[in-house]
Design a binder for this molecule. Structure first.
Ligand code: PLP
Length: 389
């Protein structure tokens, strides 16, 4: 068997595309300027930032000035929720926020924090697949609702939400709509007008761009209280010197992800469906979690009956297969995932969470190697039950 590590954790992060690295290189050395500087080296960096803005705006279908660069998905989500909540509070516009019970912690925990800050938050329940429906959002709206935040695709179970439908509803009601689209680039359409979103979070390292950079699309005239202050950069919406090298890399990665999206999806879909079928045939404990079809093209996730997902994943790592349970951000936590709990997963399966997420370089040989090792390990762990429970 080959020594190559089979990486099946593309929802956690992706390697930077060599074409992206190539484009970034000059901005580490010769083109190192600060875009705020008046001299020519600074001006050149400023032009590079503007070009990157235009490139990203072309993918999102927005104006370049509507983009705020951040340090990643977490900061974008924090800025969207806290920024809108505080700006609306200052305008006495209401104190009610709607989100879902399966959001990433970068939204979920911020919503919890806003509750301690005088806001009322409705956490919409989800169906057994982890989905919310536009009708639920409509029912939860109040005159004092200032923001709705719904994730595009769930990082733990891969389920895709009906964002365009929810967006159309909220636009007609004139309620602001934030979407955590961190898992979407290169896999789902991102046009902010077609989706009718007002704010959208992206994180570069999820789509073969560099780590440490993300963005928040903020529709023109959306009230937003800045969270990073102490500078005039980015039209006062996010202080701090722009990391031009990372911005240029993210723009290239997003342009590539969008240009290759159809081809990527066409390649991933049959691989994903084969993985699901083969795992379920080889491991009787494995139950698919998330929606069977309305799910990210490379995403598979399972709840294993009576087995411990984390200990199985550690053994899989020994076999050269890298995968995660739920969110990479909560690894090591001995508690069941809030997503599984919200979906009503059977208690005997709660600790059996595993996720195998395919990427651009995944092959059927990788799928087969995973299935072979997983079946062998499940057999071994089955014998160890109840110790591993
Ligand atoms: N939102 C979702 C849906 C995610 O999957 C992640 C990362 O896993 C984040 C937000 C946070 O992004 P970052 O790690 O870039 O801060």
């Amino acid at each position: 068997m080959s020594d190559e590590i089979v990486y099946l954790d593309h929802s956690a992060t992706t390697p930077t595309d060599p074409r992206v690295v190539e484009v970034m290189l000059p901005y580490f050395t010769t083109q190192f300027g600060n875009p705020a500087s008046l001299h020519s080296i600074g001006k050149a960096a400023g032009r590079a930032e503007q070009e990157a803005r235009a490139k990203i705006a072309a993918v999102l279908g927005c104006d370049p000035s509507e983009l705020i660069f951040t340090s990643g998905g977490t900061e974008s989500d924090n800025l969207a929720l806290i920024g809108v909540a505080h700006a609306m509070k200052a305008r006495n516009r209401g104190n009610h926020i709607i989100t879902t019970s399966v959001e990433h912690h970068a939204v979920y925990d911020v919503a919890k924090m806003l509750e301690t800050d005088g806001f009322e938050v409705t956490y919409l329940p989800v169906d057994a697949y982890g989905r919310v429906m536009a009708a639920q959002v409509a029912d939860a709206l109040r005159p004092e609702t200032v923001l709705v935040s719904v994730m595009y695709a769930n990082n733990e179970v891969g389920t895709v939400n009906p964002i365009a439908e929810i967006g159309a509803l909220l636009r007609s009601k004139r309620v602001l709509f934030h979407v955590d689209a961190v898992q979407a680039p290169g896999l789902l359409p991102l046009n902010v007008k077609a989706l009718s979103v007002d704010l959208m979070s992206l994180s570069s390292h999820k789509f073969y761009g560099p780590k440490g950079i993300g963005l928040l699309y903020t529709r023109r005239a959306t009230p937003l209280a800045p969270q990073m202050i102490g500078g005039t950069q980015q039209a006062h919406r996010r202080a701090g010197t722009e990391p031009v090298v990372l911005i240029v890399g993210m723009a290239e990665a997003l342009a590539l992800a969008e240009a290759e999206r159809e081809e990527t999806v066409a390649r991933l879909l049959p691989l994903r469906d084969a993985l699901i079928e083969k795992v379920q045939a080889a491991v009787p404990e494995a139950l698919l979690t998330g929606h069977p079809t309305e799910r990210l093209p490379g995403h598979t996730s399972f709840a294993l009956m009576g087995l411990n997902g984390d200990s199985l994943l550690l053994d899989l790592n020994e076999m050269g297969i890298a995968a995660s349970g739920g969110s990479a951000c909560t690894t090591g936590q001995q508690e069941p995932s809030h997503v599984f709990l919200a979906m009503g997963v059977d208690p005997d399966r709660l600790m059996g969470q595993v996720r195998f997420v395919l990427g651009k370089h995944s092959t059927m040989a990788h799928v087969d190697r995973l299935v072979y090792q997983l079946a062998a390990l499940a057999e071994r762990h089955r014998k160890m039950v109840p110790d591993v429970r």
